[in-house]
Design a protein around this ligand. Sequence first.
Ligand code: SF4
Length: 436
Amino acid sequence: MMVTKNIVCPVCGASCDDIQVELEGQGLTVRNACKMGNAKFQEVVSPHRIKEPLVRVDGDLRRASWDEAIEMTARILANSERPLLFMGSETSTEAMEVGIHMAEFLGGIADSNSTVCHGPTTMGIQEAGRVGATAGQSKSRADLTVYWGSNPLESMPRHMSRYAVYPRGYWTQRGRFDRTVICVDPRRSITAENADLHIQLNPNTDYELLSALLTLLHGKRPHQTVEEVTGVSISEMERMLEMMKSCNYGAIYVGLGIASSYGKHRNAELAFNLVKELNSHTKFVIGALRGHCNVAGFNQIASYLYGFPFGLDFARGYPRYNPGEYTAVDVLRDRDVDAAFILSADLVSHFPAACSEYLAQIPVACIDIAPCPTTMISDVVLPGVIDAMECDGTFYRLDDVPIYFQPFTSSPFSFTESNVDTMNQIFKRVKRIKGK
Ligand code: SF4
């Protein structure tokens, strides 16, 4: 029996790096992972795994040689005038990087999951700046944790136990007993049930609540109507603000409750401003609970390489950024691209129906590990290698810290070692077709 320790989980933004795996034949035992993580690890031995390349012929997907599938993918991209290259999150930053470079080469669009996830939060950072911290700093220091529009017990099950609430830190040696938890959520979520204070605001009133807190922080009283609008009394707001001002170190973790409710990036901007101003009273930081494993990675490398975090348009040969115009949902809904390449993401299941409908009409190539609605509409399906399990690479954790991962087994394919390898093979072929 082979036992491997310190494996990184490739599912959510927590990037837990303490997973223990025992692989014996077709059996896999996983320790330390949550249910979501365990389910993903079982994909290594799943009978559903896509094991060979598929290409569409006369309307049906049929088995093909690797070379044929790579050639067809490269032709789809090279023959397109404006392709969409979508990099999903459950793959390495290195694979995403090749995809972004390929988008630049082809004059296409490069985008990732953050376009339908924490994109607005990222835009809020561009507006206001962010006082951040690593997960380790908050684990050691935070005596107040605020979950705003997030429900980690269901979306990032080990966040509370690894980073934010239960672990003992250097200055929080009694773990949970040294920390206070506030949850701001319209729902009585399981996280709210476990919090010390639940601020149950009305849906879509985050902006009003944040404004009222800032007004109180400035020593003024918000207009009485804010109570009716938000469903939260001013005395409750004062209580919450007092807890925030009087802690030694506070950390807010925002979720899609902020990014996807009315106000979107303006909510995030205001939350970042509130945290900046709280630093006049005590140490306060803010970060996003990044849902998908390496969704932060795309933002990091796209910003580092091309100056913008998502939704990059290379049509003019240089990167342009305008969320709502060059972002994946918008270019598909507006039928503004003529082909798509999708890496490790099931867009057809998660995008609006009009986008999925259009994807079914244009040439699409994808890399995936298991059949899903996106593989069903694709013209080429390339088998994916599972990052962190079958190859090494880098993820960016929810706090934007790069985590290098190593595998516990190797790629099951003779034709590719990793998704980076596949991406490089495609890019090489695209260049050859284009004569460059
Ligand atoms: S919390 Fe996230 S990263 Fe950690 S084991 Fe669960 S799914 Fe994996």
